[in-house]
Design a protein around this ligand. Structure first.
Ligand SMILES: *Cc1c(COP(=O)(O)O)cnc(C)c1O
Length: 388
């Protein structure tokens, strides 16, 4: 690792990064840490790592209730909701599966346009739900008029939509889709905002989203292992009528415990400490400044790609602002680039996801990234392209 450290210094180091690398080598687990530029998990701040190391408290203690309640206002602001925000000790998929078990009685329409949304359809079937697929090619956006035509058949009482399809770097037109969904009062909407939450405003109540969920390791820049979600009253009413909700993801268990400032089972308390710290950081930066920063960093990456002659994978007009999915038409060998980045800069880059691995690669701009860190990464990538 000594040679990597030397190269890091010569490449121009990142603040707060070298120090952590130095520390990590003396840690008991001995894991080598890479500077992450992948679309999740994203790089953590030193303050977040320190918050995670706070001593534990009992999860039925008054101190816990205070901690739990203290994060609610910040979360409700980010969710743009007056409904409670629940904390799940699971990755996002726990809540994605749980939502199906809670709200689908008659049938669910799964909008599909990439790896995560395709899988959600599979999960619906595995839960024994009557599920139908509304398919779009990878990289295409979900089209509101197709959603409307399908919902108009009357076969559904729920719909799932991924706002930002992370695998293809495509952002779906959420407002337009929710406008259409709103025409069907029977339909409960479940929206995955895992890789768009806090990148741009997603106004849950104003858009009429029934279940809005996110994970910890994307734009919130927390470690993986926690999901956050908010549920409308009418979705809770629906859940009350649905059999087989189970226990761990039962929305009513969450709601009952929420009233007491608690979670159904022992939660990931370290994540709550870290969440509190990150909410403080978000508050300090200001929401609009945060959204503006994500847009600027995203524009930097897109500009870089354009200048180097790369096209983007997503359909024009629907490119994500959380990450950039770059089309590789043979200009670069992505595995070689990745190896060079690891060995010379101790950076972990993305190599594309699922069936478009290698034909694309993605650059993350979610979380705590800045002009400085993105410029550093792009400079490293230029050197890697020149060398491979
Ligand atoms: C990362 C991601 C998920 C999955 O999150 P897990 O934490 O692995 O459960 C789901 N949906 C989207 C859009 C994602 O980006």
């Amino acid at each position: 690792m000594v040679s990597n450290l030397f190269k890091l210094i010569s490449a121009g180091s990142l603040p707060g990064f070298l120090g952590r690398r130095g520390q990590s080598e003396s840690q008991i687990c001995g894991a080598v840490s890479f500077r992450l530029f992948i679309p999740g998990p994203v790089e953590l701040s030193e303050a977040t790592l320190q918050a995670m190391a706070t001593p534990m408290m009992g999860h039925r203690s008054p101190e816990f209730v205070e901690l739990y309640r203290s994060v609610q206002p910040g979360l409700q602001k980010l969710f743009y909701t007056t409904d409670p925000v629940y904390v799940s000790t699971s990755s996002a998929w726990g809540v994605m599966e749980g939502a199906l078990r809670n709200v689908v009685k008659k049938g669910v329409l799964n909008c599909m346009s990439g790896a995560f949304s395709d899988k959600w359809f599979d999960v619906s079937k595995r839960c024994g739900k009557n599920a139908a697929a509304l398919r779009f090619d990878w990289g295409r956006a979900v089209k509101p008029e197709k959603v409307e035509a399908e919902l108009a058949t009357g076969k559904y009482d729920a719909i799932t939509l991924i706002h930002n399809e992370t695998s293809t770097g495509t952002m779906n037109p959420l407002e337009e889709i929710m406008e259409v969904v709103g025409k069907f009062p029977e339909v409960i909407s479940v929206v995955d905002a895992v890789s768009s939450f806090s990148v741009l405003p997603i106004e849950k109540d104003a858009l009429g989203i029934d279940v809005l969920l996110t994970g910890s390791q994307k734009a919130l820049a927390l470690p993986p292992g926690m999901a956050l979600f908010s549920v409308s009253r009418r979705a809770l009413e629906r859940a009350a009528e649905v059999e087989g909700r189970g226990y761990y993801f039962d929305f009513h268990e969450f709601d009952r415990n929420h009233q007491k400032g608690m979670t159904p089972s022992t939660p990931t308390i370290p994540h709550l400490f870290a969440l509190k710290q990150q909410l403080g950081r978000i508050e300090k930066e200001g929401l609009q400044a945060r959204y503006d920063r994500h847009r600027r960093l995203n524009a930097m990456v897109r500009g870089w790609a354009k200048d180097r002659g790369f096209g983007l994978f997503p359909e024009a007009g629907y490119e994500s602002v959380s990450l950039t999915c770059i089309r590789n038409d043979g200009q670069v060998d992505v595995p070689s680039l990745n190896q060079f980045m690891r060995e010379n800069f101790a950076v972990q880059m993305d190599q594309g996801y699922g069936k478009i691995k290698g034909k694309t690669f993605r650059i993350n701009n979610m979380g705590n990234e800045t002009e400085e860190t993105i410029a550093w990464f792009l400079d490293c990538l230029d050197q890697a392209i020149a060398a491979t």
